[in-house]
Design a binder for this molecule. Structure first.
Ligand code: GLC
Length: 512
């Protein structure tokens, strides 16, 4: 490129204008790559690590954007609610950009906008104390209104932050309305007309269902467009997002197939099948720096896939900590929310059979009272063999992931699942039911895989593979190789991030 220009040269007496000729190659000879505009992606979600986390969604929103942002071709930003539970250490890093007022039917609500940078990603936080100055993230009578406000704010802040994304990437029912608002209200405005929506289902069980009468009064959507959200006699936000978005996805290829069936879809199978042409399944990754047995400070000792000496220390110290006899028997662990779809009825049905073997069983989790009580009683009955920890404890979970030998995860349904990947990375061999992301991430040992799997909902099939694992454990060399296989399986985001990039391109191209 040839440029000429004028610069000023200061002399003592006067300011002299000097003609300059930049020493740049002529235009036709240019070898400079054309600098293409970055692909702009805006994530809208209700939680993200490290700011606020209640489940697996926070892990995804806390690591996928960061991985994508490493690609200079992408400009990745994330919008979250500013919950009062976000710790002061993070609040101190935020700066206040300003405020706007967000329309929500007849309401006009204050919306403060804060921002901070986290691992190359710009985060925005929507502030409204009436909606978000509460304990935790969810579980309030007005969650529908709270997340309608949040979703509407996501759309309203775009002119303020001067960022019109190519793809608006919404996650779960809490941000479903953002995709619906885009289609029903905003796409008519010129600045919004090229934005395309991608909606990701992390768990189809939670759809955001509300009574029909709040459509106009609360969500601010006209009755003429109510058909988009209506389903089985109520408003269904997830259904609305699936209808309105250009593309939708879920968190594993197997779950993408499962949610087309009545068995897994919680009533949405017909909608999913109708929109099948828009659906993709992409397996989540995990943050491999955060879950790294070579560096994790929560472990009693660190180790690598080449040397498991540290893991033996982790096991001994875990046994001591949980008052289990220190001996070399297989330690079977479960870290889970104690709810039915985690397959706890299968575990209950075979627990005593399993405990007839020379094993130890460690459980960590909270949930339904009936399961909590069952495991407490099991701990009393099999004292010295079972350690039931009815708690939610991040530090202890790392000690269990690293100190155990076998990790049980026989979920009835599991969109992706994180624990089987963490256990595997810590060389604790997973035993899983072949569903959702468990099926896509853990392959059977007898076919050269990284764990043990079974398919049916028959508890004795679970018992069968537990026995298979216990038998394999006896052969030290074989077990060692299996641990290595598990610990070196690639669960990083890199592979999945490439798939998301393809999906963003595909989403953006619709109707352009
Ligand atoms: C939900 C799913 C879980 C998945 C997570 C992140 O919590 O239940 O399987 O790993 O979302 O996508």
């Amino acid at each position: 490129m040839e440029t000429t220009g004028k610069t000023t040269k200061r002399t003592k007496k006067s300011v002299e204008i000097v003609e300059t000729k930049a020493v740049l190659p002529k235009k036709c000879e240019s070898t400079d790559p054309v600098i293409a505009p970055k692909r702009k992606i805006l994530f809208a979600a209700s939680e993200a690590r490290p700011f606020i986390a209640t489940g697996g969604l926070a892990d995804v929103i806390g690591s996928l954007p960061q991985t994508l942002a490493k690609d200079p071709k992408y400009d990745i930003r994330v919008v979250l609610p500013l919950y009062s539970d976000i710790k002061p250490e993070f609040r101190r890093k935020m700066s206040f950009l300003g405020n706007i007022f967000v329309p929500l039917s007849w309401r006009n609500q204050y919306c403060g906008i804060f921002t901070c940078e986290q691992d190359g990603v710009t985060f925005y936080f929507i502030d409204n104390e009436y909606y978000f100055k509460r304990k935790g993230c969810y579980g309030y009578y007005d969650d529908g209104e709270r997340f309608a406000f949040f979703s509407r704010s996501v759309m309203e802040i775009l002119p303020f932050i001067n960022f019109y994304p190519d793809v608006l990437h919404c996650h779960d029912w809490q941000t479903a309305l953002a995709a619906i608002y885009l289609k029903t209200i905003y796409c008519k405005r010129p600045e919004y007309q090229f934005i395309r929506a991608l909606f990701t289902i992390h768990n189809i069980e939670y759809q955001g269902k509300y009574s029909l009468d709040i459509l106009e009064d609360l969500f601010g959507i006209s009755n003429d467009e109510g058909y988009l959200l209506e389903y089985n006699g109520c408003l269904n936000l997830m259904k609305g997002a699936i209808e309105c978005c250009e593309r939708f996805s879920t968190v594993s290829p197997t779950y993408a197939k499962e949610i087309m069936t009545e068995e897994y879809a919680h009533g949405l199978q017909d909608i999913i099948r109708k929109n099948e042409f828009k659906l993709t399944g992409i397996l989540n990754g995990i943050d491999v720096d955060m879950y790294n047995c070579a560096t994790d400070k929560a472990l009693f000792a660190n180790y690598t896939a080449d040397n498991f000496e540290g893991k033996a220390i982790c096991k001994t110290e875990l046994q001591k900590m949980l008052s289990l006899p220190v001996k070399d028997v297989p330690v079977i662990a479960m870290i889970s929310r104690l709810v039915a779809h985690k397959g706890l009825d299968l575990v209950k049905a075979i627990a005593e059979d399993m405990l007839h073997e020379d094993v130890q069983f460690v459980l960590l989790g909270t949930g339904d009272a009936a399961y909590e009580n069952y495991f407490r009683e099991l701990g009393v009955k099999y004292e010295g063999k079972v350690s039931a920890n009815i708690a939610f404890n991040g530090d202890l979970s790392k000690k269990i992931y690293s100190g155990a030998d076998i990790f049980l995860m026989p979920s009835i349904s599991e969109p992706c699942g994180l624990s089987q990947m963490i256990a595997s990375r810590y060389a604790t061999v997973p035993v899983v039911r072949e569903t959702g992301g468990l099926h896509d991430s853990i392959k059977p040992f007898d076919t050269g895989g990284n764990g043990f799997t079974f398919k049916s909902r028959n508890p004795y099939d679970l018992l069968y593979v537990v026995h298979e694992a216990l038998e394999t454990y006896k052969n030290r060399e074989v077990w060692q190789a299996l641990m290595q296989k598990a610990a070196t399986t690639d669960f990083s985001w890199l592979r999945s991030a490439e798939e998301y990039k393809r999906l963003y391109e595909d989403t953006f191209s619709v109707g352009q």
